[in-house]
Design a binder for this molecule. Structure first.
Ligand SMILES: [Zn+2]
Length: 387
């Protein structure tokens, strides 16, 4: 790979012919049309939050460097921004009057409202630009490793860059598109920001069983993303079919895995939802996110619900009562030791040698309160836990 360092290009040079697409949130072209600011492997513009974009302008006004910018040379006098798109779009939009900076008195100033000296300081700021030439794979591999200023790329944004092509373009159109009418529904079950590729990331994980890179590599030159979309929609439809309602805790669960595990099981949606509601009302269930898998799995794995355990106060109370009774009768304070014929039949265990046990298990309706608590020696408690 060949790199050339440019140090004479100014903000003004890059802003000549600057085109910004407000609708798509993309800086499209600059530098008299020679520069493509947002090639398809770049993420959408995420600096327009009144902080990061303003910080770019503040840096220019103070004469601070904006950091390294990378272009890829793609043809004769034609370039694409590899890194620096967010910064270029920020100053391009500012010079076009798209947002103001606020001075120390809290007064907003658009570019046109700055004095001539300030305008000149911004336009005349020199940029440090590395121009890279080389094989696409080489450049993309290197892009993955460079340290990116500003907001770091998230994993999926890097993968979109590395596997850029028609498949990624089509997939982003579906899964990174806030205007997609189904996005609202999807986000009931999938966590994260579609703009930062979180929905796409999840869709890819589901369809590939976690082998995202492999999947993207194999489908890179597909003209569409039909399989990805079909699979994703099947998972969503399955959730919709099994669960009659939506709870906040359903967002971000491992639905891909649950779908693969349970999609062949028949459910009665009325009964399923009734159980979900009952478990939501159960004060001993401390992990509501586990309710869905617990119900799907036929209510066998209570550990998914992280059922409340006895508190130290409750344990002490039960220990004191059990031990006093045992000493009166001259037997062990572990009720299971007391009925045995071992040497421990008369042993008085210390509280640290015992554990609290549900007399009636939670899963069989037993409550987590002291009326349903007994202290057992550790050996007996472990044995009971395995029944
Ligand atoms: Zn015992």
């Amino acid at each position: 790979m060949k790199t050339t360092l440019l140090t004479d290009l100014t903000v003004d040079d890059i802003c000549r012919g600057f085109v910004y697409n407000e609708l798509e949130g993309k800086g499209l072209f600059g530098w008299d049309g020679k520069l493509v600011i947002q090639p398809e492997y770049q993420r959408n513009y995420i600096y327009a939050d009144g902080k990061k974009d303003v910080a770019v302008i503040d840096s220019l006004l103070k004469g601070y460097p904006l950091g390294l910018i990378y272009f890829v040379k793609v043809g004769d006098d034609r370039y694409e921004v590899l890194d620096g798109q967010q910064r270029i779009t920020s100053f391009g939009r500012f010079v076009r009057g798209k947002f103001p900076v606020v001075d120390v008195e809290g007064m907003p100033h658009y570019f046109d409202g700055l004095n001539a000296e300030e305008q000149e300081r911004i336009l005349g700021s020199k940029l440090t630009i590395y121009v890279c030439e080389g094989a696409e794979t080489e450049i993309k591999e290197w892009f993955k490793t460079i340290n990116i200023a500003g907001v770091p790329l998230v994993e999926q944004e890097l993968l979109n860059a590395i596997y850029s092509g028609p498949f990624v373009t089509a997939a982003k159109e579906v899964f990174s598109n806030s205007g997609n009418s189904e996005m609202q529904k999807w986000k009931c079950y999938v966590a994260g920001d579609e703009q930062r590729q979180k929905i796409l990331e999840t869709a890819l994980k589901w369809v590939s069983g976690g082998e995202v890179q492999d999947y993207m590599g194999r489908h890179r030159f597909d003209k569409d993303c039909r399989e990805l979309k079909t699979y994703f929609t099947s998972v969503i439809d399955w959730i919709d079919g099994v669960f009659k309602g939506v709870k906040d805790e359903m967002c971000g669960l491992e639905w891909g895995r649950l779908y693969e595990t349970y999609r062949k099981t028949a459910y009665n949606p009325e009964k399923v939802w009734q159980r979900v509601e009952e478990l939501y009302g159960d004060e001993f269930v401390t992990d509501r996110r586990g309710i869905f898998e617990y119900v799907l799995g036929g209510e066998k794995e209570a550990r998914l619900l992280n059922v409340r355990v006895f508190s130290d106060k409750e344990k002490k109370q039960v220990y004191a009562r059990q031990t006093a009774d045992a000493e009166k009768c001259g037997v062990s304070n572990c009720p299971l030791c007391a009925v045995g014929h071992e040497a421990s039949a008369k042993r008085i265990w210390k509280i640290g040698e015992m554990d609290a046990d549900h007399v009636t298990a939670w899963s069989k309706g037993g409550a987590t309160d002291i009326s349903n608590c007994q202290m057992l020696c550790k050996t007996h408690n472990r044995a009971k836990g395995n029944r």
